[in-house]
Ligand binder design. Structure first.
Ligand code: SAM
Ligand code: SF4
Length: 341
């Protein structure tokens, strides 16, 4: 069998069919769990060019990637990013890619929603932690809620399906989950609650921010009728590290990403490519492979495939995130915006 037809399988038997690509470390917001207020961003020549990103995207697709997510930083603030998305969209269908998608804070969607749909994107994740304009400004350190709401309206008008990502933050938005569920129900959006993960210094105390979702789900079950619904995603496997429930009262789904209280690493099907061309095998471990150097040194596709296979052969079994008073330091120094959340 030619090497490109052998699927990427890690040492624990997990098929790697999902690539998340961070196209920039920059962002127009500074969410309190994600970044520091004063971030120093990378110089432009550190970033992979669109040509390099496209080439790696195609190599991964040949190696069995079925789902590709563009993320960041805020992907829609990278100049001309729609050019990259258009090109990757051409890999959909006969060329082997089943889904091209995006995670965004929504601030630029009024400009780009129609273009995303035209490129073949069918659904997107939009991060939104609160429906209160003052809280939004505080959590994002200066963002405007209405800009994201307008972006969501544009996404709907373009026919994009939307899932809202909400990081659960103690004393910040924990009183809003009922409202968010009801609002998502009215809008026709799924909702995914996420535990804050100890990635990079943010200038905030993560112990204070951390809210275990095991508690939240128990609380929500008093008010809402939740039935397990892990309908497989387009790539035919359970939707990664989230567990989903159908909310009977709204008809929409609610997911819980619980890396701290209950991880689902057994079903992990993904790897992450940073905007500088480093391949991370796990969000919560440092195992990595530099793809940019061989790419810029003229490696052939066959050589790049061998490097990627060797990296996947080192994918760790699981992360070991922990947030508590006894271990206050952040083990993983890089921010989520670097690795691509
Ligand atoms: N800027 C885009 C956005 O906000 O959707 C894409 C990149 S952002 C890093 C991707 C996702 O990671 C967002 O849903 C964000 O809420 C989440 N995130 C960032 N830092 C996190 C952390 N420390 N723990 C948990 N989720 C985090
Ligand atoms: Fe920017 Fe997304 Fe990080 Fe917020 S979560 S600071 S929007 S990259």
């Amino acid at each position: 069998m030619p090497s490109e037809h052998k699927p990427l399988i890690d040492p624990f038997g997990r098929a790697i069919s999902y690539l998340r690509v961070s196209v920039t470390d920059r962002c127009d917001l500074r969410c309190v769990y994600c970044m520091q207020e004063n971030m120093v961003f990378l110089p432009r020549d550190e970033l992979l060019t669109f040509e390099e990103l496209e080439r790696l995207g195609r190599i991964f697709i040949r190696l069995g990637t079925k789902k590709l997510r563009i993320t960041g930083g805020e992907p829609l603030v990278r100049r001309d990013v729609m050019r990259l998305i258009d090109t990757l969209g051409q890999e959909l269908g006969a060329n082997g890619l089943a889904e091209l998608t995006l995670t965004t804070n929504g601030s630029q969607l009024t400009r780009h929603a129609a273009g995303l749909a035209a490129a073949g994107v069918r659904r997107i994740n939009v991060s939104l932690d609160t429906l209160d304009a003052d809280r939004f400004r505080a959590v994002t350190r200066g963002g405007r809620l209405q800009q994201t709401l307008d972006g969501l309206e544009a996404a709907r008008a373009a026919g994009l399906r939307v899932k809202i990502n909400t990081v659960a933050l103690r004393d910040v938005n924990e009183d809003e989950f009922d409202d968010l569920i009801a609002w998502c129900g009215r809008q026709g959006f799924d909702l995914c609650l996420i535990e804050t993960m100890p990635l990079g210094e943010t200038g905030e105390d993560r112990v204070n921010q951390y809210l275990p979702l095991s508690l939240v789900r128990a609380r929500l079950q008093h008010r809402w009728t939740l039935a397990r619904d892990d309908t497989p995603g387009l790539e035919g496997v359970a939707p990664g590290p989230a567990r989903y429930w159908r909310v009977a009262e709204t008809g929409q789904r609610i997911g819980f990403i619980t890396p701290l209280t209950e991880h689902f690493c057994d079903s992990c099907n993904r790897v992450r490519l940073t905007c500088t061309g480093t391949l991370f095998l796990c969000l919560g471990q440092d195992d990595q492979a530099d793809l940019r150097t061989p790419l810029r040194d003229g490696a052939t596709d066959v050589e790049m495939e061998a490097i990627i296979r060797a990296a996947v052969a080192r994918k760790p079994k699981a992360h070991d995130f922990i947030i508590d008073r006894e271990q206050p330091t952040t083990k993983i120094a890089r921010h989520m915006s670097m690795t691509g959340g």
